[in-house]
Ligand binder design. Sequence first.
Ligand code: GDP
Ligand code: MG
Length: 361
Amino acid sequence: QQQQQQQQQQQYNLENARSYCTSEPRLSETETPPQRRKLSQRRPQPHAQRKSNAFLDVPAMHHLRVSDDDEDLDRLRTFSASKGGVINRGDSFRRRRSRSNSLAPISPIHPRLGGGGVGGSVGGGINGDYTCAQDEPQQQQPVEVFHVEMLGASGVGKQALIQQFRTSDCINAYDGPECDVAEQNISIILNGIESELKFTTGQQDNKDELEKADAFLLIYSCIDKESFTRAKHILSRLQDMDLIRTRPIILVANKIDLARSRAVSSQDGKCVACTFGAKFIEVSAGINHNCDDLLAGTLTQIRLKKDQNLLHGNRDGGSSPAHWYKSRSVVLASMKARQMLTWILGKEDSKFKNCENLQVL
Ligand code: GDP
Ligand code: MG
């Protein structure tokens, strides 16, 4: 009897541990959480092309990747978000619509309801909660396409991030084949409304191209101080071109999985973000950390800013930039002072906290 009880307890513990992991993308129901894997089970994976052995080994997962190469299928990512945070509602597939038409008459093949179709929910969060009526985008409503420009030094992980945005599965950015697609469209249903985000990289010098963007993601690598400096330069340039006022900007610190090599602190990142009125988030494309928050947050920021612009008649005309911007050095000094206060009082300034919430303006 006692033994049976013990067994039950063990089972219960294991289940607890599993449900604890649900926010992370899971490979399969039966996958043992990595921290519980016995040492002997860990595969020694000699990687032929490993660049450096300074970091921990990550198991190769190419064989587990869900192939999106099927030409007829589009992946549709679904989230619900509120001020409290972002919930990944899973991915679904639908037959590809032609690129030229931006209406979305074809409803997605739902993981639960699409019985027998090509559909299938992959990874992601609480698929059990998925209700069709609530999340179904309104039929016949045109899907808005927003252009998101990714800026930053080379090698900070822009392409890796875009690849991770495409799926709830962890793409394992460490060893993946380098992918250099100039343009990537990602369909997202956020709070029941579908939008399409078109990501591009590498337009840093072309003002006309930059002006087409609806949002900027400024990426730096937290292990590369120079990339941080570069991000600051780009921010200044965008401000000088008066591109910041009416568009959301998110400063993104990537590669935070490499904690031991960190060269730029969160505080420094936040300080710069606040100086430019940008949002701030730390992510890792490598371990799929905060990537959903960044993706859904980008769309939320675009929607919020659009509403704000409509309200204040901003984008064209409106108040002069000179009026809107205080002197950069004054703002930076005040931010530094806040940072100091934060450090002394051991309590985070509300402004610093706010810049980390991508679900509010
Ligand atoms: P890009 O030049 O900005 O597009 O950067 P890439 O996406 O090509 O990435 C450059 C390198 O950084 C690649 O070798 C990636 O595998 C690696 N990388 C990208 N994101 C991460 C991350 O979050 N963590 C780690 N450890 N490596 C990453
Ligand atoms: Mg690259």
